[in-house]
Design a protein around this ligand. Structure first.
Ligand SMILES: Cc1cc2nc3c(=O)[nH]c(=O)nc-3n(C[C@H](O)[C@H](O)[C@H](O)COP(=O)(O)O)c2cc1C
Length: 259
Protein backbone atom coordinates (compact mmCIF):
# COMPACT_ATOMS: atom_id res chain seq x y z
CA UNK A 1 0.00 0.00 0.00
CA UNK A 2 1.45 3.44 -0.90
CA UNK A 3 2.47 5.67 2.02
CA UNK A 4 0.25 8.49 0.79
CA UNK A 5 -2.93 6.41 0.69
CA UNK A 6 -4.76 8.86 3.00
CA UNK A 7 -4.04 11.69 0.60
CA UNK A 8 -5.33 9.58 -2.26
CA UNK A 9 -8.53 8.69 -0.41
CA UNK A 10 -9.26 12.22 0.75
CA UNK A 11 -8.55 13.76 -2.63
CA UNK A 12 -11.79 12.27 -3.95
CA UNK A 13 -13.63 14.69 -1.66
CA UNK A 14 -12.28 17.63 -3.68
CA UNK A 15 -14.71 16.60 -6.41
CA UNK A 16 -17.74 16.89 -4.13
CA UNK A 17 -19.87 19.95 -3.35
CA UNK A 18 -20.23 21.43 0.15
CA UNK A 19 -20.18 18.55 2.65
CA UNK A 20 -22.71 18.44 5.49
CA UNK A 21 -21.01 18.72 8.88
CA UNK A 22 -17.62 19.90 7.54
CA UNK A 23 -16.56 23.25 9.01
CA UNK A 24 -15.13 25.30 6.15
CA UNK A 25 -12.41 27.85 7.08
CA UNK A 26 -13.31 31.50 6.39
CA UNK A 27 -11.96 32.77 3.09
CA UNK A 28 -9.75 35.87 2.83
CA UNK A 29 -12.58 37.70 1.10
CA UNK A 30 -14.85 37.28 4.13
CA UNK A 31 -11.99 38.58 6.32
CA UNK A 32 -11.91 41.80 4.27
CA UNK A 33 -8.51 41.12 2.68
CA UNK A 34 -7.96 43.04 -0.58
CA UNK A 35 -8.87 41.26 -3.82
CA UNK A 36 -5.79 39.91 -5.69
CA UNK A 37 -4.93 41.31 -9.15
CA UNK A 38 -6.96 39.72 -11.95
CA UNK A 39 -3.82 39.59 -14.12
CA UNK A 40 -0.07 39.56 -13.54
CA UNK A 41 1.23 43.06 -14.22
CA UNK A 42 3.61 43.38 -17.19
CA UNK A 43 7.03 44.81 -16.28
CA UNK A 44 7.73 47.97 -18.29
CA UNK A 45 11.11 46.65 -19.53
CA UNK A 46 9.60 43.81 -21.54
CA UNK A 47 8.76 44.13 -25.24
CA UNK A 48 5.03 44.22 -26.04
CA UNK A 49 3.59 43.08 -29.35
CA UNK A 50 0.09 44.27 -30.17
CA UNK A 51 -2.28 41.75 -31.70
CA UNK A 52 -4.85 42.36 -34.44
CA UNK A 53 -8.48 42.62 -33.39
CA UNK A 54 -9.84 39.07 -32.98
CA UNK A 55 -12.73 39.90 -35.33
CA UNK A 56 -10.30 40.42 -38.26
CA UNK A 57 -9.62 36.69 -38.63
CA UNK A 58 -11.03 34.75 -41.58
CA UNK A 59 -13.51 32.25 -40.15
CA UNK A 60 -13.59 29.05 -42.23
CA UNK A 61 -16.53 27.39 -40.46
CA UNK A 62 -19.26 29.67 -39.14
CA UNK A 63 -21.69 26.86 -38.39
CA UNK A 64 -21.69 26.03 -34.67
CA UNK A 65 -23.30 22.64 -35.26
CA UNK A 66 -20.45 21.65 -37.59
CA UNK A 67 -17.80 22.97 -35.19
CA UNK A 68 -19.18 20.96 -32.27
CA UNK A 69 -19.78 17.87 -34.36
CA UNK A 70 -16.34 17.90 -36.03
CA UNK A 71 -14.38 18.56 -32.84
CA UNK A 72 -11.79 15.93 -32.05
CA UNK A 73 -8.20 15.85 -30.84
CA UNK A 74 -5.50 16.33 -33.48
CA UNK A 75 -1.91 15.26 -32.90
CA UNK A 76 -0.43 15.51 -36.41
CA UNK A 77 0.17 18.95 -37.88
CA UNK A 78 1.50 20.12 -41.26
CA UNK A 79 4.66 22.24 -41.46
CA UNK A 80 2.66 25.37 -42.39
CA UNK A 81 2.77 28.38 -40.13
CA UNK A 82 -0.35 29.95 -38.65
CA UNK A 83 -1.18 33.63 -38.98
CA UNK A 84 -1.05 36.21 -36.23
CA UNK A 85 -4.79 36.86 -36.83
CA UNK A 86 -5.47 33.19 -36.04
CA UNK A 87 -3.32 33.34 -32.91
CA UNK A 88 -5.11 36.53 -31.83
CA UNK A 89 -8.51 34.86 -32.26
CA UNK A 90 -7.46 31.77 -30.27
CA UNK A 91 -6.06 33.86 -27.40
CA UNK A 92 -9.25 35.93 -27.29
CA UNK A 93 -11.49 32.84 -27.50
CA UNK A 94 -9.75 31.20 -24.54
CA UNK A 95 -9.03 34.09 -22.14
CA UNK A 96 -10.03 37.35 -23.85
CA UNK A 97 -11.22 40.12 -21.51
CA UNK A 98 -14.57 41.56 -22.62
CA UNK A 99 -15.28 43.99 -19.80
CA UNK A 100 -14.42 45.04 -16.28
CA UNK A 101 -17.16 44.91 -13.68
CA UNK A 102 -17.28 46.35 -10.22
CA UNK A 103 -19.14 43.60 -8.43
CA UNK A 104 -20.93 45.69 -5.79
CA UNK A 105 -22.70 42.72 -4.27
CA UNK A 106 -19.36 41.15 -3.38
CA UNK A 107 -17.43 44.41 -3.02
CA UNK A 108 -14.67 43.66 -5.46
CA UNK A 109 -13.43 44.21 -8.98
CA UNK A 110 -13.91 41.43 -11.53
CA UNK A 111 -13.27 40.89 -15.23
CA UNK A 112 -15.61 39.22 -17.68
CA UNK A 113 -13.90 36.99 -20.21
CA UNK A 114 -14.96 34.81 -23.14
CA UNK A 115 -15.08 31.79 -20.81
CA UNK A 116 -16.94 31.44 -17.50
CA UNK A 117 -15.10 31.14 -14.19
CA UNK A 118 -16.39 30.47 -10.68
CA UNK A 119 -16.97 33.85 -9.02
CA UNK A 120 -15.36 35.46 -12.11
CA UNK A 121 -12.02 34.80 -10.41
CA UNK A 122 -10.23 33.64 -13.61
CA UNK A 123 -7.16 32.11 -11.94
CA UNK A 124 -5.16 31.49 -15.15
CA UNK A 125 -2.40 33.22 -17.12
CA UNK A 126 -1.79 32.29 -20.76
CA UNK A 127 1.67 31.67 -22.22
CA UNK A 128 2.45 30.74 -25.82
CA UNK A 129 5.60 29.14 -27.16
CA UNK A 130 5.84 30.45 -30.70
CA UNK A 131 7.42 28.12 -33.24
CA UNK A 132 5.89 29.02 -36.64
CA UNK A 133 3.61 32.07 -36.48
CA UNK A 134 3.91 34.51 -39.39
CA UNK A 135 5.67 37.71 -38.34
CA UNK A 136 6.50 36.59 -34.79
CA UNK A 137 9.95 35.57 -33.56
CA UNK A 138 10.31 32.19 -31.90
CA UNK A 139 10.16 32.31 -28.13
CA UNK A 140 7.92 32.32 -25.08
CA UNK A 141 5.36 35.10 -24.69
CA UNK A 142 2.63 35.90 -22.16
CA UNK A 143 -0.80 37.06 -23.25
CA UNK A 144 -1.71 40.32 -21.56
CA UNK A 145 -5.44 39.83 -21.96
CA UNK A 146 -6.48 43.24 -20.60
CA UNK A 147 -4.52 44.92 -23.44
CA UNK A 148 -4.89 42.11 -25.99
CA UNK A 149 -1.14 42.01 -26.61
CA UNK A 150 1.80 39.66 -26.12
CA UNK A 151 4.65 40.30 -23.72
CA UNK A 152 7.99 38.76 -24.71
CA UNK A 153 9.22 36.54 -21.88
CA UNK A 154 12.21 34.51 -23.07
CA UNK A 155 13.79 32.77 -26.04
CA UNK A 156 15.31 29.51 -24.78
CA UNK A 157 17.59 27.46 -27.03
CA UNK A 158 16.03 24.27 -28.44
CA UNK A 159 12.54 25.42 -27.43
CA UNK A 160 10.72 22.73 -29.44
CA UNK A 161 12.80 19.93 -27.92
CA UNK A 162 12.29 21.30 -24.42
CA UNK A 163 8.52 21.46 -24.90
CA UNK A 164 8.41 17.88 -26.18
CA UNK A 165 10.51 16.73 -23.22
CA UNK A 166 8.33 18.72 -20.78
CA UNK A 167 5.30 17.00 -22.31
CA UNK A 168 6.89 13.64 -21.43
CA UNK A 169 8.05 12.89 -24.96
CA UNK A 170 4.85 13.91 -26.78
CA UNK A 171 6.77 15.27 -29.78
CA UNK A 172 3.73 16.76 -31.53
CA UNK A 173 3.70 19.38 -28.73
CA UNK A 174 7.12 20.76 -29.61
CA UNK A 175 6.61 20.43 -33.37
CA UNK A 176 3.36 22.47 -33.45
CA UNK A 177 3.42 26.07 -34.76
CA UNK A 178 2.24 27.28 -31.35
CA UNK A 179 2.01 25.66 -27.95
CA UNK A 180 -0.41 27.13 -25.41
CA UNK A 181 0.29 26.79 -21.70
CA UNK A 182 -2.09 28.01 -19.02
CA UNK A 183 -0.57 28.52 -15.61
CA UNK A 184 -2.72 28.76 -12.51
CA UNK A 185 -2.46 31.32 -9.71
CA UNK A 186 -4.66 29.44 -7.20
CA UNK A 187 -4.90 32.31 -4.72
CA UNK A 188 -7.19 34.30 -7.04
CA UNK A 189 -9.85 31.64 -6.45
CA UNK A 190 -8.81 30.68 -2.91
CA UNK A 191 -9.22 34.36 -1.87
CA UNK A 192 -12.92 33.92 -2.47
CA UNK A 193 -13.77 30.25 -1.95
CA UNK A 194 -10.95 29.09 0.35
CA UNK A 195 -9.89 25.46 0.47
CA UNK A 196 -10.85 22.83 -0.42
CA UNK A 197 -13.64 24.23 -2.66
CA UNK A 198 -11.25 26.23 -4.85
CA UNK A 199 -9.61 23.06 -6.12
CA UNK A 200 -12.85 21.90 -7.70
CA UNK A 201 -13.63 25.38 -9.05
CA UNK A 202 -10.20 25.80 -10.69
CA UNK A 203 -10.38 22.38 -12.32
CA UNK A 204 -13.83 23.08 -13.70
CA UNK A 205 -12.73 26.50 -14.96
CA UNK A 206 -9.89 24.96 -16.99
CA UNK A 207 -12.30 22.74 -18.90
CA UNK A 208 -14.04 25.75 -20.42
CA UNK A 209 -10.74 27.03 -21.79
CA UNK A 210 -10.07 23.67 -23.42
CA UNK A 211 -13.45 23.45 -25.09
CA UNK A 212 -13.34 27.06 -26.32
CA UNK A 213 -9.91 26.37 -27.81
CA UNK A 214 -11.23 23.26 -29.55
CA UNK A 215 -14.26 25.05 -31.00
CA UNK A 216 -12.26 28.12 -32.02
CA UNK A 217 -9.78 25.82 -33.81
CA UNK A 218 -12.63 24.08 -35.61
CA UNK A 219 -13.89 27.48 -36.77
CA UNK A 220 -10.45 28.20 -38.28
CA UNK A 221 -9.81 24.70 -39.68
CA UNK A 222 -6.96 24.26 -37.18
CA UNK A 223 -6.32 21.29 -34.92
CA UNK A 224 -5.51 20.97 -31.23
CA UNK A 225 -5.24 18.43 -28.43
CA UNK A 226 -5.49 19.18 -24.71
CA UNK A 227 -2.43 18.07 -22.73
CA UNK A 228 -2.55 16.96 -19.11
CA UNK A 229 0.48 14.65 -19.11
CA UNK A 230 3.58 16.74 -18.46
CA UNK A 231 6.51 17.19 -16.09
CA UNK A 232 5.59 19.85 -13.53
CA UNK A 233 9.17 20.90 -12.80
CA UNK A 234 10.25 20.97 -16.47
CA UNK A 235 7.31 23.10 -17.64
CA UNK A 236 7.53 25.47 -14.65
CA UNK A 237 11.22 26.06 -15.31
CA UNK A 238 10.85 26.47 -19.09
CA UNK A 239 8.04 29.03 -18.75
CA UNK A 240 9.70 30.91 -15.87
CA UNK A 241 7.05 30.06 -13.25
CA UNK A 242 7.93 29.96 -9.56
CA UNK A 243 6.13 26.60 -9.10
CA UNK A 244 4.50 27.81 -5.87
CA UNK A 245 2.21 30.83 -6.34
CA UNK A 246 1.98 30.13 -10.07
CA UNK A 247 2.54 26.85 -11.86
CA UNK A 248 1.84 25.12 -15.17
CA UNK A 249 -1.63 23.59 -15.24
CA UNK A 250 -3.03 22.85 -18.72
CA UNK A 251 -1.63 23.04 -22.20
CA UNK A 252 -2.34 22.46 -25.89
CA UNK A 253 -0.43 22.50 -29.20
CA UNK A 254 -2.20 24.11 -32.18
CA UNK A 255 -1.45 23.67 -35.86
CA UNK A 256 -2.82 23.08 -39.34
CA UNK A 257 -4.39 19.67 -39.68
CA UNK A 258 -2.29 17.42 -41.91
CA UNK A 259 -4.45 16.13 -44.76
C1 LIG B 1 -7.70 16.97 -19.17
C2 LIG B 1 -7.23 16.33 -20.45
C3 LIG B 1 -5.92 15.90 -20.55
C4 LIG B 1 -5.46 15.30 -21.73
N1 LIG B 1 -4.14 14.97 -21.86
C5 LIG B 1 -3.69 14.45 -23.01
C6 LIG B 1 -2.29 14.20 -23.19
O1 LIG B 1 -1.46 14.48 -22.33
N2 LIG B 1 -1.91 13.65 -24.38
C7 LIG B 1 -2.79 13.37 -25.39
O2 LIG B 1 -2.35 12.90 -26.43
N3 LIG B 1 -4.12 13.63 -25.25
C8 LIG B 1 -4.58 14.18 -24.10
N4 LIG B 1 -5.92 14.49 -23.98
C9 LIG B 1 -6.84 14.27 -25.11
C10 LIG B 1 -7.71 13.04 -24.86
O3 LIG B 1 -6.92 11.88 -24.97
C11 LIG B 1 -8.87 13.04 -25.88
O4 LIG B 1 -9.70 14.15 -25.65
C12 LIG B 1 -9.66 11.75 -25.77
O5 LIG B 1 -8.91 10.64 -26.19
C13 LIG B 1 -10.95 11.80 -26.59
O6 LIG B 1 -10.66 12.03 -27.95
P1 LIG B 1 -11.30 13.26 -28.75
O7 LIG B 1 -10.83 14.54 -28.06
O8 LIG B 1 -10.74 13.14 -30.14
O9 LIG B 1 -12.78 13.15 -28.68
C14 LIG B 1 -6.37 15.11 -22.81
C15 LIG B 1 -7.69 15.57 -22.71
C16 LIG B 1 -8.11 16.18 -21.56
C17 LIG B 1 -9.52 16.72 -21.50
Amino acid sequence: MPENIDLLNNSIDYLRGYLDGFVYPRSDQTKGIRVPDFEKPAPTGKKRISLPEPSTVRIANNDIFTCINKRRSHRVFSDSEITVEELSFLLWATQGVKSHADDMRHQHHAVRRTVPSAGSRHPFETYVAINHVAGLEKGIYRYLASKHCLVSESNPDDLSDKISAGALGQCFCGAAPVFFLWSVIPYRTIWRYGLPMSIKAITLDAGHIGQNLHLACEALDLGTCMIGAYSQSAMDELFGLDGKDEFAFYMAPVGRIKA
